[in-house]
Write a protein that binds this ligand. Sequence first.
Ligand code: URA
Length: 239
Amino acid sequence: MRIDKLLANRGFGSRKEVKSLLKSGAVQINGVATKDSSKHVNVELDSVTVHGELIEYKEFIYLMLNKPQGFISATEDHLHDTVIDLLEMEDTIYKPFPVGRLDKDTEGLLLLTNDGQLAHQLLSPKKHVPKTYVAIIEGEVTQEDVEAFRNGVTLDDGYETMPAELKIISSGLRSEIEVIIEEGKFHQVKRMFESVGKRVIYLKRIKMGPLPLDESLELGEYRELTDNEVLQLKNYTKN
Ligand code: URA
């Protein structure tokens, strides 16, 4: 791999910035300063340092985004902004993609990664990874709705959902609820409420499997998962 690509991979800025970093003499390969951005390094064997600090190549990236409304969960779209537009260039380099989808008007926890295997595990219907949402519902959510969700409801296309755990936080002309589902059908939460004659007017995902949304992330902000969080996710989907 070219040294400039490796440095860009590790977040040392744009191509131009990487070039001037190299020019400054701050970069060494196996203890020898190099100013040549086209120089090749073996990421497994060569030791690369910047200002004396060891730089390691990273294959996978795992991001937690607090998705705002107005962005679609895709990597490309001709018409709309995608969640990838919210990422810094130093992260898009890894070609992350969203793990599943949140609707354009849904907010909250969205994982992005380039680890296809983990994404596949998290999305596999066999794994029953629970997803927790909070929502505001037009109308009064009742104990009958809680019961209906517990038994599974029938969606508009005849699909019978798995049992879902519905909790009423407050109920009135508008109700606030929390719901945990273990599936990920298209518009599932909205359609589950439609099946009991109600409409979701606000939806936010707050947890996926073992991973809660980091409350310190403002809408549109994201951060890398910690090694421990990645491990938790991997362990969660192991069996
Ligand atoms: N259910 C929905 O209806 N929409 C989402 O974005 C996620 C779950």
